[in-house]
Design a protein around this ligand. Structure first.
Ligand SMILES: Cc1cc2nc3c(=O)[nH]c(=O)nc-3n(C[C@H](O)[C@H](O)[C@H](O)COP(=O)(O)O)c2cc1C
Length: 150
């Protein structure tokens, strides 16, 4: 089955754990995966399936390790029409800018021509001590959507 590139943006490590957990689940489901924590745009295949998992920091800002990727997307506007992606945000409802980072990333990827698969999941850590749990439930439906599109 297809290779999925998991991309994480994280400051404190939570989104990285979620990415690693989901990579294992995808492998169990028969996909091959590559997991990249804070990659640059040039590290990524510009076709195929991406799963982006990012927390939010500052006031609706991207984690530092994913900011250069985002800046590259905004400046270079690469043609990502051969990319389809799913997106998971992790944040806290304590902030007005709840999950602001994944919203920015999704907007930027879409403006470069990438196509969203499924609805973006926004995990509120106040409701979920273990963000892997809602992410895994979401992944089940996302896998079904991927299979239907193949
Ligand atoms: C300084 C700071 C600022 C934050 N700002 C936001 C924010 O603007 N929006 C949001 O949804 N969550 C915000 N959060 C919550 C984090 O996204 C949340 O703690 C998340 O689990 C951190 O994930 P990580 O371990 O991958 O970095 C903030 C957390 C900290 C410590």
């Amino acid at each position: 089955m297809a290779e999925i590139t998991l991309i994480s943006g994280s400051t404190l490590g939570g989104a990285e754990y979620v990415a690693e957990h989901l990579a294992e689940k995808l492998e169990d489901a028969g996909f091959t995966t590559q997991t990249l924590h804070g990659p640059l745009l040039d590290d990524l295949p510009q076709s195929g399936t991406w799963l982006v998992i990012s927390s939010t920091h500052g006031a609706g800002d991207l984690p530092d390790n994913l900011q250069p990727f985002y800046d590259d997307l905004a400046e270079r506007q690469p043609d990502l029409s051969a990319v389809r992606f799913g997106a998971i945000g992790i944040g806290s409802r304590e902030y007005d800018t709840f999950c602001g980072a994944i919203d920015k990333i999704e907007t930027q990827l879409t403006s470069c021509g990438a196509k969203t698969v499924g609805e973006t999941l926004r995990i509120n850590i106040l409701d979920h001590d273990i963000p892997e749990d809602p992410a895994e439930v979401w992944l089940g439906s996302w896998i079904n959507l991927l299979k239907n599109e193949q």
